[in-house]
Design a binder for this molecule. Sequence first.
Ligand SMILES: Nc1ncnc2c1ncn2[C@@H]1O[C@H](COP(=O)(O)OP(=O)(O)O)[C@@H](O)[C@H]1O
Ligand SMILES: [Mg+2]
Length: 361
Amino acid sequence: MHDPIVTFERVTKSYDGRTLVVEALDLTLARGEFLTLLGPSGSGKTTTLMMLAGFEDPTSGTITLDGKRLNHVPAHRRGIGMVFQNYALFPHMTVAENLVFPLEMHGVPKAEIEPKVKRALDMVRLPQLRDRKPGQLSGGQQQRVAVARALVYGPKLVLMDEPLGALDKQLREELQLEIKHLHDELGVTIVYVTHDQSEALTMSDRIAVFHQGRVQQLATPADLYERPANAFVASFIGENNRFDGTLVGRDGANCRVRLPDGSEIAATIEADLAPGAAVAVSIRPERVAVGAQAQRDNRFVGDLREVIYLGDHCKLRLAVAGNESFVVKVAAGDAATTLDRGSALAVAWDAAACRALPPLA
Ligand SMILES: Nc1ncnc2c1ncn2[C@@H]1O[C@H](COP(=O)(O)OP(=O)(O)O)[C@@H](O)[C@H]1O
Ligand SMILES: [Mg+2]
């Protein structure tokens, strides 16, 4: 990678000396990149961020910032801005005073302070609220101030840990775009933590998917969706139908997977797996054709369990080859949406549209 700003090399972390909550983490962050750590609760995202920020030491391994080893450099000497979920603004200071504080901490000359405060408040569109206390602001306004405070002294790296987690959906989506636009304008490097996959897809240049302390895949949003490396990523990013089975034959990228009920699925495979390996076949709901005339490499007859109307499309839930919640997306008004529960419905998809994946990294 040209111009890396941060590297993690074989970083592990254990709080109790036994369980590894971060395991053998290798990660390189490009300067100016927006990288998101995405994963379920407890997967090690915050711990990773805290080690980069300097609030936790790695148990082993090395972290570098701009080529310098960070181990044992104290947090306030790292030049990193931070935003957390629960605001953490100083409640007794005004908005402007909250922004002056980090500037003074970093020894910014007096004459430069007011212009920087003004610019930061303009950036997050709050110049009119500079004399309010945090308690007199809405949640969204407080979080905008927190973003301004993290950016005000021009750090090269900003860390954000679920900064929008406490806000309602509409405000969250608005601030997602604002933060993304600020990132594009300022060219600052951002490491962002969320458990919300749509937030990660919206904002990121690349996403590291965490599960049980390990990065399952590090890739662009489109690659994660189109080419998941394993079944965890396939299920975590977007909707997915999964069939667990055994690889029974492969010829290059084409393979056959046998399911517990004896049926077989033709799929594509990239992983270095041999016949006999346990695999999960992943197929996206929008890649499945339905109805008597649907002819593809794979064809099953399912039992229609539910039709869910969602305005522009419908979701059908079926039992297919032992999978009791196989989901298909069809256009609202499609003939299949007028069928009754309990009807038999053919579903079909191409081998090229489904992937045989190892269960985990
Ligand atoms: N200060 C701590 N002391 C002990 N265990 C911790 C501490 N912080 C986090 N953990 C544990 O480490 C694991 C990873 O936590 P965390 O990094 O906060 O995950 P995430 O941010 O992905 O939800 C969890 O099992 C959590 O309980
Ligand atoms: Mg966390």
